[in-house]
Design a protein around this ligand. Structure first.
Ligand SMILES: [Zn+2]
Length: 179
């Protein structure tokens, strides 16, 4: 009896922690993890576009709920960046991890590289993973990092860093106009 109680309690604790610390969703191009209590609705509010050019008008109303709108918005931004750069990787999927703030990004960078860097977002090609701080998030920033993912996966020999930044900056600017 006592044992069962312990199991039950630990199960409760585990599921509660899971709910608080990480939520996930899958869209066509992203495996998304929301860490540290980041809310889907907050992410959606920050990256919402004025106009969807690639997806149906269904995405513009609330009929599908927050999760569906968030998936559609992420994929729309991905497709917008593909168009802008004319780099098409239709089957590419990217891991997108959204953490609460820049301190959390710093912790991730430190765990990978053993040093700290202040940045609101970054993409690691070796892990095909894009990290973004929800506190700084906007559609342009997401487009910038998606551009890095597309460029890194498209060219057998990646272009110089400076060229990558110019292309990513251009994608950021184009999406910002529509957000
Ligand atoms: Zn960049």
């Amino acid at each position: 009896m006592a044992l069962r109680k312990v199991f039950f309690l630990s199960f409760l604790l585990f599921t509660t922690c899971g709910m608080v610390f990480a939520a996930s969703l899958e869209s066509r191009h992203f495996d998304v993890t929301l860490e540290g209590g980041v809310e889907k609705s907050d992410v959606l509010r920050k990256i919402r576009l004025k106009m969807f050019r690639h997806l149906s008008a269904m995405s513009m109303d609330d009929s599908g709920g927050v999760e569906e709108m968030l998936k559609d918005t992420l994929d729309e931004i991905y497709m917008e960046v593909q168009d802008t750069l004319d780099i098409r990787l239709e089957s590419l999927r990217v891991k997108l991890i959204i953490v609460p703030d820049m301190a959390a990004i710093s912790d991730v960078i430190e765990s990978y590289y053993g040093r700290t860097t202040r940045t609101p977002s970054f993409y690691i090609f070796e892990r095909n993973t894009l990290y973004i701080a929800e506190s700084e998030l906007n559609a342009g920033m997401l487009a910038h990092e998606i551009a890095h993912a597309l460029i890194s996966n498209y060219f057998p020999v990646p272009p110089p860093t400076k060229i990558q930044e110019i292309l990513s900056g251009y994608a950021e600017y184009s999406v910002k106009k529509n957000s």
